[in-house]
Design a protein around this ligand. Structure first.
Ligand code: G1P
Length: 291
């Protein structure tokens, strides 16, 4: 069973400066809650019960957010603010724990994931990159399907979506053994390469930031030398895994928002604000008035 998820949150978020100077970028709000809560909730809905943050000393606000704030809860209870109290308590649903490990040096995404090895052990696990929000409203959730696929077939699942040719050099890009799967389906991969030059990309299918991987990848990461950008790349470890075990590309159904840059972050705010259960109507009217 896939019960663990690794969330690498140690990065400084330079693309979100100055907002991210003294607040972790993952704590910047999307409407009324920090972006990281959306990602943790997505993991929990997929059946994850152990969230492993790979963090940094400057980013303890993230751990604090998922901790109990006893005095605050007491005060809300005393004042009869039951709805707010329930919302605060629901930040981390019952039965889910958050564990934090440190990434002492910024050596890349593969290195960050490897920092969680002592907690992951040999178990399969999900990786969620917290810059990317995935909205599957009204559809079966992508991460949940990836977990079910892994559990049924034992093949690692790498979520992909097509990007325009001029952007392939910004992502991990996969090659498939045969046809591109329909949305919500997986297909065997033959290769994956990190940020290829535009004329060398094997396809336009980009790695989105959701993975379900066997524990075996940890041993591979420990042996993976620095790759693109001089960093230890998760993509390179997946390429090695491919030589030994089945790895599938999962074609996502939902929609992604890259909150690691200002335009993507704003788009996520518009999107989630417009369909917020309490604020949505007001927000849509505000947006119409601003146009
Ligand atoms: C990372 C991964 C890359 C993936 C991307 C998705 O890159 O290394 O393979 O496509 O996330 O957002 P980064 O955006 O950290 O440079």
């Amino acid at each position: 069973m896939v019960k663990k998820a690794v969330l690498p949150v140690a990065g400084f978020g330079s693309r979100m400066l100055p907002a991210s100077k003294s607040i972790p970028k993952e704590m910047l709000p999307i409407v009324d809650r920090p972006a990281i809560e959306y990602v943790v909730k997505e993991a929990v809905r997929a059946g994850i019960t152990e969230i492993i943050l790979v963090s940094h000393s400057a980013k303890t606000a993230i751990e604090d957010y998922f901790d109990t704030q006893f005095e605050l809860e007491q005060q809300l209870a005393d004042k009869g603010k039951d709805k707010l109290l329930a919302e605060v308590r629901d930040i981390l649903p019952e039965g889910v724990s958050v564990i934090s490990v440190r990434q002492h040096r910024a050596l890349g995404l593969g290195h960050a994931v490897a920092c969680a090895a002592p907690v992951v052990g040999d178990d399969p696990f999900a990786v969620l990159l917290p810059d990317v929000l995935v909205d599957c409203e009204g559809l079966d959730e992508d991460l949940g399907t990836m977990v079910s696929n892994y559990q049924a077939s034992g093949a690692a699942q790498i979520m992909v979506e097509e990007v325009p040719a001029e952007r392939v050099d910004q992502y991990g890009i996969v090659a498939l053994k045969a046809e591109v799967p329909a949305s919500g389906d997986s297909a065997p991969m033959s290769a994956v390469v990190e940020k290829p030059a535009i004329d060398q990309a094997p396809s336009r299918l980009s790695v989105v930031g959701r993975y379900v991987l066997p524990g075996e990848i940890m041993g591979i990461l420990a042996q993976t030398p620095p790759g693109a950008g001089g960093e230890i790349q998760l993509t390179d470890a997946i390429a090695t895994l491919l030589e030994r075990a089945p790895v599938e590309a999962y074609a996502m159904r939902g929609r992604t928002f890259d909150c690691g840059n200002k335009a993507g972050y704003l788009q996520a705010i518009f999107h989630y604000a417009a369909r917020h259960p309490e604020l949505g109507e007001q927000v849509r009217a505000m947006m119409a008035a601003e146009m």
